[in-house]
Design a protein around this ligand. Structure first.
Ligand SMILES: C[S@@+](CC[C@H](N)C(=O)[O-])C[C@H]1O[C@@H](n2cnc3c(N)ncnc32)[C@H](O)[C@@H]1O
Length: 304
């Protein structure tokens, strides 16, 4: 799989896309037809990561990511060998799920959410946001800059939150800025993380309830980029979304590849699952065919 390129201010820099150039089906724990061959190791425990904890390796600098002429975000860089002891690895299924890289979909997601706000179709001010599979956390960070009241960042790996997401949040949201959303960071598998997200919400929700004058009963907005590559986790992801999203007004924005070759997942597989369940409707907002990867899409889901 392509290694992340060294970053500069060039807005045209390319970001990694899933290909299975360095990974075999057996590396992914997949047998014939992409069905799991061997059980994955038990997932790491669900934990909340305290932002005051200093990461053992400091980010040496934060590179600008130019979204458009009026929006630049900053991303840190940490490598997989320092954090996980694996070199040039995009995924170690069940152990490390790719969060240390900035994937193309997260920039597609920021651009689409930006455009929704510009067109007056989405208001972020005062909203409660959850970013699932956040990695760098740029989409969640963007909502904070646009006035979201609360942002919860979730990643499979606590290390990703500690080494990368939290430093990025500090860089983008806590330096010279008038916005100060409540932020929290949660690590763990989608099959279990609802326990922490739902109970972890309570104290902070009281504070935001007072600020917003409304009672918490779910996130207003769930964002996720490049989270639908593994067929085996799609249904846990969808169940989690339904548990955590405010009914009926919550919305989900999802960016990803139409199809992830070799691993079987993709945006269309997830849309299929949502449509089969029938509780939510799906709307295609953007299609990106810029040649840097196979076709990417951004979808919006809302309750019927
Ligand atoms: C390819 S990375 C994408 C990171 C980031 N959203 C981006 O686009 O740059 C996939 C992310 O999904 C999350 N993820 C994948 N499988 C997961 C699972 N079973 N439970 C929880 N999180 C998972 C990981 O946290 C990982 O950071």
């Amino acid at each position: 799989m392509a290694e992340e390129k060294s970053s500069t201010t060039n807005p045209k820099e390319s970001y990694p896309s899933f290909s299975l150039s360095n990974l075999t089906q057996s590396d992914l724990g997949l047998g014939l037809f992409g069905f799991p061959e061997k059980p994955l190791p038990p997932p790491p425990p669900c934990v909340e990561v305290d932002p005051s904890e200093e990461p053992p390796i400091a980010l040496s600098n934060a590179d600008p990511v130019v979204i458009n002429e009026s929006l630049t975000l900053y991303k840190g860089r940490v490598n997989t060998s320092d954090v996980f002891g694996v070199t040039n690895s995009d995924l170690v299924p069940g152990k490390y799920e790719g969060g240390l890289k900035l994937w193309e979909g997260s920039l597609d997601l920021v651009k689409t959410v930006y455009s929704e706000v510009e067109k007056g179709r989405l208001v972020l001010k005062g909203k409660r946001v959850l970013e699932l599979g956040c990695g760098h956390g740029l989409p969640g960070i963007f909502t904070g800059r646009e006035g979201a009241a609360l942002i919860h960042f979730q990643d499979f790996n606590a290390e990703v939150l500690k080494y990368l997401t939290i430093p990025n949040v500090k860089e983008n949201l806590m330096k010279d800025t008038s916005v100060s959303p409540f932020v929290r960071f949660f690590a763990g598998d989608w099959s279990e993380i609802h326990k922490l997200l739902l109970s972890g919400n309570i104290d902070q929700q009281k504070e935001t309830d007072e600020t917003l004058g409304s009672e918490y009963d779910g996130y207003d907005l769930i964002l996720m980029a490049e989270t639908v590559y593994a067929l085996s986790s799609l249904s846990n992801l969808y169940v989690l979304i339904k548990k955590c999203l405010h009914y009926p007004r919550g919305v989900v924005y999802m960016a990803g590849k139409k199809h992830y070759f070799g691993v079987g997942g993709g945006t269309r597989q997830f849309v299929h699952l949502v449509e089969e369940d029938g509780a939510m409707e799906a709307c295609l907002l953007a299609e990106v065919a810029d040649g840097s990867s196979n076709v990417r899409e951004v979808w919006k889901f809302s309750f019927k």
